[in-house]
Design a protein around this ligand. Sequence first.
Ligand SMILES: Cc1cc2nc3c(=O)[nH]c(=O)nc-3n(C[C@H](O)[C@H](O)[C@H](O)COP(=O)(O)OP(=O)(O)OC[C@H]3O[C@@H](n4cnc5c(N)ncnc54)[C@H](O)[C@@H]3O)c2cc1C
Length: 435
Amino acid sequence: MSSPLILQSDVLIIGSGPGGATLSRELVRRGKRVLLLERGIDQRSRFYYGTYPGAMIYADRLSLLFTQEGLNIVRPLMVGGATSMYCGCAAPPPAWLKQKYGVDLDEEVSATIEELEIAPLPAELRGEASTRIAQAAQALGYDWQPQLKFMQPARAHPFNCGAKCMLGCRCGAKWNAAEYVDEAVAVGADLRTRAQVKQVLIENGQAVGVAGTIGRTPFTARAETIVLAAGGIGSPRILQASGFREAGQGMTMDTTVMVYGFVKERGIGNEPPMTWSWENNDEGYMLSTLMDPWLLYPLINSLKGLKYALTWPRWNHVLGVMIKLKDDISGGVFPDGKISKPLTTNDRSRLAQAEQVCRKILIEAGAERSSIFMTPLRGTHPSGTVRLGTLVNENLQTEISGLYVCDASVFPEALDRPTVLTIIGLAKRLAKYLA
Ligand SMILES: Cc1cc2nc3c(=O)[nH]c(=O)nc-3n(C[C@H](O)[C@H](O)[C@H](O)COP(=O)(O)OP(=O)(O)OC[C@H]3O[C@@H](n4cnc5c(N)ncnc54)[C@H](O)[C@@H]3O)c2cc1C
């Protein structure tokens, strides 16, 4: 090991997903010295970005991260965080965030929608088969609507979006939080990649810095303000190593499955993911058009059984409806590295109900009744591990002065919708408070 590196700034931000990227940009624009520490690297210009090997290179445990119960978590670790592999969906924060927890993000979210030109894709780009699913749902009385997107087809070269976009966007249509990092760096933020923070340094009840490694070199960085934005798994781990015993106890995931059915015509695999959606706020789940990329399809379905993996040759004829469940707080992220996310009885019963709705929609859309099946559980929204109202206050401050958390881990309940717009709103609001 080489000798320790010592860094200094006004604000330390740990993690460059939508939380950390937005906060960095906003604070540096307000004249703060910002040091942004990210454990991954910028993968956007790598030849493998947006490919199957790429997804193994930049997602935690080669994309094979599982909870103790066998739920597969996709956890991208790179500049831009999970927005480097997301579906580009946007949703305003749920009404309960303001009503129940007093967190009003209206101004920040409206400004973001305008700035990033968030809107549904034009009708001709929503996909023929996806639109057929939405029309079938509407015919059954479910109010499916075109999904808001962080996507601008005009930016693409050319627009070429399909299920594969979840490996990383190669055509350029999708906004990525790494773009906010670029903007922050352009006006003076100091970005250090391969910088893994291990713990927060606390002296006399005040956070004074962080310690970790940059590559193989140990470092410490000191500042008056420290903001953890390492995501729903990363932030509680840093807090646990810093003495916060309650961090990571309980988590939300918006647990997700897909329900698939086969048709003779072309399916949705080569259409942009999640172009139509429906929020069932009463029961607490969201439905949308989505299916697994070609090579992931047999892998994930083999977890259910060989018979399901062997439907792979019919990949081009799949209609898929995603269920995202507003899951109860359960399990957690533990100091020994384990993650647990059991479904509660209440979760299971709502999931079964949502599955029945998906079956009806798929049959109405023309799928063979006997071909319909539900995939194994997976999770792409690890969150609710440092909950607002429990471990952070409404200004996202922990009980330690100078130490804040600003990412998906502060959600007080499962959001049950795309998270990124809410996280950007939280970061813009925190920037105003800190400035
Ligand atoms: C496949 C997929 C599809 C998705 N689709 C959508 C969608 O369409 N719309 C939507 O809104 N959301 C979507 N999401 C979810 C959304 O991307 C995440 O919820 C969101 O990015 C979380 O933001 P965050 O700032 O909390 O953390 P993250 O985006 O997870 O970023 C955290 C960052 O911190 C870094 N980090 C972690 N630990 C450390 C450490 N110790 N030291 C330094 N750095 C660290 C990580 O490398 C990472 O870059 C999707 C997610 C996935 C995986």
